[in-house]
Design a protein around this ligand. Structure first.
Ligand SMILES: C[S@@+](CC[C@H](N)C(=O)[O-])C[C@H]1O[C@@H](n2cnc3c(N)ncnc32)[C@H](O)[C@@H]1O
Length: 293
């Protein structure tokens, strides 16, 4: 098998596409099969590009081309009036950076509208139905519940595009009231460091994700964290956050305020302090306070 065959250049579908590339008319040694020069088109180049087989093809092709009208002609003319092809500044289109993505936001793809969100399924369990538990809402010691949470939380949550803001965390499997949902994980830092870090993140255009534990400690989830950092605020939330002492260490745990069904966005009240510079709230709840702070 020749190299040309191996990369598929002998397949008709590829020939059909390549012959439409801008600048192709400059390949003087190549005779186009489908997109003949000067608008002289073969059968397969008709209208939608679907090859019509059989002998009466040329008449059908002409009819189809006439039906396609200006569009087909525009396709054939494409590139013919371009004198020089532009060189790619990065040598190759594959090396070109994405123009629409923020340079430092590694997770902007999570908000893609092409990521299918979990479908909401409202099934109320009947009173005598045994609700499956995963040991994060039971009367077990906090350390045991926390261990179960670490092992299971990824089965229950997922990050998707949010109607509230950017990305949000969604419930992918029903969660019972009182259960641990996820830990707000990150780097535990002294609060004296936060201003310096915030300035650094701002200067680099990096979105800053921090959660205050108390006056001395802050969890910085900006560079090292988990999906909890994508939880949006709601004035009527379905979760709440609580600082929990587990074996002598402080952890921020997000708990379910009520039963949450698959497909619901998880939210908690940020309880931001009142400030003059307002952040408008878009939680959309009936009891929305209009601002986050
Ligand atoms: C921890 S992030 C939440 C994740 C964020 N949606 C993202 O995609 O990165 C917190 C920021 O999200 C925005 N946000 C969260 N909840 C909001 C709400 N209800 N209304 C408006 N903006 C909100 C605010 O800019 C807030 O500072």
């Amino acid at each position: 098998m020749s190299g040309i065959q191996m990369i598929g250049l002998k397949t008709n579908a590829l020939k059909y596409l390549i012959e439409q590339l801008p600048g192709v008319e400059k390949c003087s040694k190549y005779t186009p099969k489908y997109h003949k020069r000067n608008g002289n088109v073969s059968i397969a180049a008709s209208a939608g590009g679907h090859a019509s087989a059989g002998s009466g093809g040329s008449a059908a092709a002409l009819a189809a081309l006439a039906a396609a009208g200006a569009d087909a002609q525009a396709l054939l003319d494409y590139g013919s009036d371009q004198d020089e092809l532009q060189e790619n500044a990065y040598d190759c289109a594959r090396c070109e950076p994405y123009a629409t993505r923020s340079e430092y936001d590694m997770f902007s793809w999570l908000a893609s509208r092409h990521r299918k969100q979990p479908i909401q399924v409202f099934v109320q369990p009947s009173d005598n139905e045994l609700v499956p538990r995963r040991g994060t809402g039971s009367n077990l010691p906090m350390a045991m519940k926390y261990r179960t949470l670490k092992e299971t939380y990824k089965d229950y949550v997922g990050v998707f595009r949010s109607h509230i803001h950017g990305r949000g965390l969604y419930c992918t499997k029903d969660i019972e009231a009182g259960e641990m949902v996820i830990e707000y994980a990150g780097e535990l830092i002294r609060s004296t460091l936060t201003d310096k870090r915030e300035r650094y993140y701002d200067s680099r255009g990096i979105g800053c994700y921090m959660f205050k534990i108390d006056d001395n400690l802050v969890v910085d989830a900006t560079m090292r964290g988990n999906a909890a950092r994508f939880i949006n605020h709601s004035c009527e939330p379905n979760c709440y956050s609580k600082v929990v002492d587990i074996l002598g260490h402080k952890h921020i745990i997000i708990f379910a305020l009520r039963r949450i069904v698959q497909g619901e966005e998880l939210t908690y009240d940020y309880k931001f302090p009142f400030e003059d510079e307002k952040i408008p709230c878009s939680c959309g709840s009936k009891r929305c306070r209009k601002y986050l702070n």
